[in-house]
Design a protein around this ligand. Structure first.
Ligand SMILES: [Zn+2]
Length: 139
């Protein structure tokens, strides 16, 4: 005998339920999934909405992951929280993504990019300057 997880034995398919409202559907084709067009349209619209929300969540998670990694790399490169010069390409090769940061700030006429309290700015010759936000209160 052939079984379907939701509906039981195929001989009972005449009591299949609507995928949207869960009402028992009598008659019609055995592969019917919805009791009417309204249920089918509503089901499809909600499914699309869910998929769009999920895609939005995924983007947020991806960006948080990038910023977390950037922050970890900045901390690793500058563990003593000094003002120092580093090679831009070598930090890039470690997976740093210069497109993502949490804020920018002008310090002494230069724009710095920050991931939380750790920041950088571009220098000439493929170098960057690292520093910790001097305006943050230290414990
Ligand atoms: Zn229905």
């Amino acid at each position: 005998m052939e079984f379907n997880i939701l509906e039981g034995p195929s001989s009972e398919r005449e009591s299949a339920r609507c995928a949207h409202c869960n009402k028992v559907m009598n008659g019609g084709r055995s592969d019917r999934r919805f009791c009417n067009d309204l249920c089918r349209n509503t089901y499809n619209r909600e499914k699309r909405k869910q998929e769009a929300n999920q895609a939005g969540e995924d983007i947020v998670e991806d960006i948080i992951r990038i910023i977390r990694k950037n922050y970890a790399l900045l901390k690793k490169l500058n563990p003593l929280e000094e003002q120092l010069v580093a090679d831009r390409h070598s930090i890039y090769k470690k997976g740093f993504n210069f497109m993502y940061y949490t804020s920018t700030k002008m310090i002494g006429g230069d724009r710095y990019y920050f991931c939380f309290d750790h920041g950088w700015r571009d220098l000439e010759y493929g170098l960057i300057e690292l520093l910790v936000d001097p305006d943050l209160v230290k414990y």
